[in-house]
Design a protein around this ligand. Sequence first.
Ligand SMILES: Cc1ncc(COP(=O)(O)O)c(C=O)c1O
Length: 450
Amino acid sequence: MPRDANFLKENNARHMWHPMAHPAEMIANPPKIITHAEGVTLTDVDGHRVIDAVGGLWNVNLGFSCQPIKDAIAAQLSDLPYYSAFRGTTHGPAIELGYALADFFAPDGLVRSFLTSGGGDAVDTALRLARQYHKIRGQRDRIKFLSLKKGYHGTHWGGASVNGNANFRRNYEPLLPGCFHIPCPYTYRNPFGETDPARLAQLCAAALEDEIAFQGADTIAAFIMEPVLGAGGVIPPHDSFMPMVRDICARHGILLIADEVITGFGRSGAWTGSRGVGVQPDMLCFAKAVTNGYFPFGGVMVSAGVAEVFEKDETTFGMIGHGYTYSAHPVGAAAALATLPELVRHDVAANAAARGAQMLPMLAALKDRFDIAGDVRGKGLMMAVEVVSDRATKTPMDKATMGRIFEAAYASGVMLRISGHNIIMSPPLVISPAEAKRIVAGVEAGLAAA
Ligand SMILES: Cc1ncc(COP(=O)(O)O)c(C=O)c1O
């Protein structure tokens, strides 16, 4: 029997440290205790019900009641709860999922998968495989990585090193040498003072060219980017940006890694963010929604060109000296196998596009009513309101006010995510038009209480 509510409240945040939080702050201001979830609604320990505008953590794309995935997990636990995929053994779910992923990502030109336990593992895998790809081809100086300021790629050493946000870097420096960052196509704040998204995309692409020339193209292994930046504050680059990056990388022999840990599986309104802007990356990282968040899982897809280099290698350089105990975990693979057809059956990419198109103008209209709503942006069902204390100077809103916004929205029945001075929304991709309206009403309630 689980412990009662009093025990949970008494011990909340007292014996474990929470990710992405200050331990003292968690003790002073304990996190919400969620005890139950159904559809897109959460219930907390006090019985208060809220619509989950966070979608778990950008991952519960089908909501919390997806029975086929739960059944597949239970059945797999009973048939074969674990077996390794390290050289020499495999199992049915791994083989079937390899086939299903190659099918799902065929339009992206991606043909092979390497499976992991989550997004950070997937990013580190992609970075390592990128270096290895060049070593196999005899270009052993290609060891550097380029990425976008504001980008988020998880908190493993590789991902943290290509990460473009000081909050995730400072306390852990020095990070991996050989990682360099270029300006992000973020129209609200950028070093060029440029507000036109297409022109800004060109300036950032030119900065990438410049950095490549400065570093020497033959020293760079890969460029990694999110098609829509997520944790950095939901920043959708202009549609021309990623195609320009694709072209620049190809011209310089640099691999393009699309980090689609958030954008994969429909969230940006296309099945992959890359596909949405007509780009085929050399590698693609996925995680989160691949199991609808019900099991920790992820992976990297690689293109036919990259796969060929590994598979035709006749030296020892092609041996993949990388992997995790839980790579291709049978329960995760079974969960993913059940998730993929459900995503397609619910046509979540189309609903994400439609609900995003419904919500974004409603959120933008809040700028007319609230001076503190400095910028509103989004693509599909990833959206942000950037909150400022002074619109003219764009001063980021203080933490206490952001806390009040969160609490007021929560009291009104909406779970929002506050990240710095951004309100971030990433609800399940199956939300209805009425639920979308309720989320906007929650943001409104929050801003009104600021
Ligand atoms: C784009 C991106 N890459 C990587 C990660 C890291 O994934 P995980 O937290 O599963 O390690 C995240 C997590 O939010 C992410 O948004």
